[in-house]
Design a protein around this ligand. Structure first.
Ligand SMILES: CC(C)(COP(=O)(O)OP(=O)(O)OC[C@H]1O[C@@H](n2cnc3c(N)ncnc32)[C@H](O)[C@@H]1OP(=O)(O)O)[C@@H](O)C(=O)NCCC(=O)NCCS
Length: 190
């Protein structure tokens, strides 16, 4: 039975499109290069994290390496302006759900709609892959990020206590439902 389920799950996983063609986007007058992250980007990713989280790196070199390896179900995108990494976003895909694992925009480039643009890219990919929903965790005190997510249609579902080890802050799980008829069934299964 378990073997059959595993076979079915992997067949479904193989249907998820993880390909990504790099492209140039114009966001708020800025010419941005958007491409799939590789290990070569990790030093830039760590610098960006330090800028965004006041010297801390919630994701270290090892976490990035581990995630970037999972090319069969993870999509990590980096955004360069000229030769500078200014943003990134990561997401993990299963046959049912797309989970955004990480997003950050360099302080000097925040509030220019780059975050919104990246979120929309992942939401579009989730729709193409026929996901039921897009989910994420956000610190309960991160009002700016929550405002962005709510404006895209995400709603808070439940709290994960002490989710962030560094500060012991609680996380709010937020979900954007892509298939309205499934809302009731999904909500009761949490
Ligand atoms: C959260 C984050 C990714 C948003 O990216 P961004 O590019 O700055 O956001 P956008 O410019 O796309 O703004 C989208 C919305 O967020 C809100 N917002 C963004 N910056 C804001 C600010 N400084 N003050 C108030 N609202 C703000 C606004 O509602 C805005 O929409 P609007 O301008 O149409 O009203 C970015 O602020 C960031 O990297 N923060 C630090 C890391 C982080 O918190 N990551 C999220 C982890 S869950």
């Amino acid at each position: 039975m378990l073997k059959k389920f595993n076979q079915f799950f992997h067949q479904q996983l193989n249907r998820i499109d993880m390909s990504f063609t790099p492209f140039i986007a114009n966001v708020n007058g800025k010419r941005l290069q958007i491409m799939q992250a590789t290990d070569d980007n990790i030093p830039d990713l760590l610098v960006l994290e330090e800028q965004v989280y006041s010297g801390r790196t919630p994701w270290n070199k090892f976490s990035f390496e581990r995630e970037l390896e999972k090319r069969h179900n993870c999509l990590y995108l980096v955004v360069y302006y000229e030769s500078m990494l200014v943003a990134f976003i990561g997401a993990r895909f299963t046959p049912e759900e797309t989970h955004i694992t990480n997003i950050a925009v360099a302080p000097a480039f925040q509030n220019m709609h780059i975050g919104r643009y990246l979120m929309q890219l992942i939401i579009d990919r989730a729709c193409e892959n026929d996901s039921d929903c897009v989910s994420l965790e956000v610190r309960v005190d991160n009002e700016i990020a929550q405002k962005l997510y709510r404006s895209l249609g995400f709603e808070g579902t439940f709290i994960r206590k002490n989710y962030y080890h560094d500060t012991h802050t609680d996380a709010m799980n937020m979900v954007l439902w892509l298939k309205p008829h499934q809302i009731k069934r999904k909500k009761f299964t949490f």
